[in-house]
Design a protein around this ligand. Sequence first.
Ligand code: GTP
Length: 304
Amino acid sequence: MFEGLKKAFQKLSNTIKDKVEYKELKEDDVEEVLEDLKLDMIENDVAFDVAENIIENVKKELIGYKVKRGESVEDVIKDSLKNSIMKLMEYENNDIITKIKNKCSKNEPFVIVFLGINGVGKTTTIAKFSNVLKKNNISVVIAGADTFRAGAQEQIDVHAKRLDIPIIKGQYGGDPASVAYNAILYAKSRGICTVLIDTAGRMHSDVDLMEELKKIIRVTKPDMKVLVVDALTGNDAVEQARLFNDNIGIDAIIITKIDADVKGGVAISVSSITKKPIIYLGYGQSYEDLKKFDPKEYVNNLFD
Ligand SMILES: Nc1nc2c(ncn2[C@@H]2O[C@H](COP(=O)(O)OP(=O)(O)OP(=O)(O)O)[C@@H](O)[C@H]2O)c(=O)[nH]1
């Protein structure tokens, strides 16, 4: 995972280590290598503005820094980079499980709408998250509100059956907002704690589908709107995050297919551009393959 960015950071440390030993870091020491690093980052799915921001912060920190005797230049540079990247990923991220439990204790269901374009892994992610809830003894109902794509209802139904979770389905071509609303009524009448709403994948450019999504949100008044993006789509994922956030407004992000991501920059970009927290990473196709996002762990992994 993330070999692209790992190599870029490794290369930088080695180059600077060769250039500088025990002295004050000058612009000449770092300018060229940091510019190279910026290009490497952009190649590895860090959005241009974001890469520029990171490099500017690192430059400010490093130029004029007096490397102490016994201090490793490599560590100074790595720490500066780590801190700069981490700052872009740390947004308020109160534990979602706690939030659900709090609302449930007031006898109200916590409603989450999952958004994203076709094939990013939304349905699989809902199944994985249902599994997390089950393990925490939190009850859940799924709303199959993708009444648009042929096969979508059957696909989510298979997951619900396997996980033994109730599901409210709709007719193809039917109103997805009404499916979602029925699922909320179902949850309220049975004291179910969570409603997870699967929506049809849509492009930002698809005005009808975007309007449909806005209607689902008006009708269901969700506690959270979670955007699901696929790490393998690189800059497209970043663009989707920007557009869904501008058009609909999102509260959190889940990134899927991290297991196959050889670059590593998508998480840095989507979080920095939307200023919304990443809450989970999907790293495989089984129900267990959903991991809570920890910015510190993510960044440390890039420097392993
Ligand atoms: N390797 C890997 N594959 C994943 C992951 N998450 C989902 N997938 C696969 O990605 C494919 C698409 O997933 P779906 O859940 O059907 O995607 P979707 O976004 O619901 O698609 P639509 O229903 O078309 O909107 C499936 O083959 C999943 O098994 C992941 O974290 N890692």
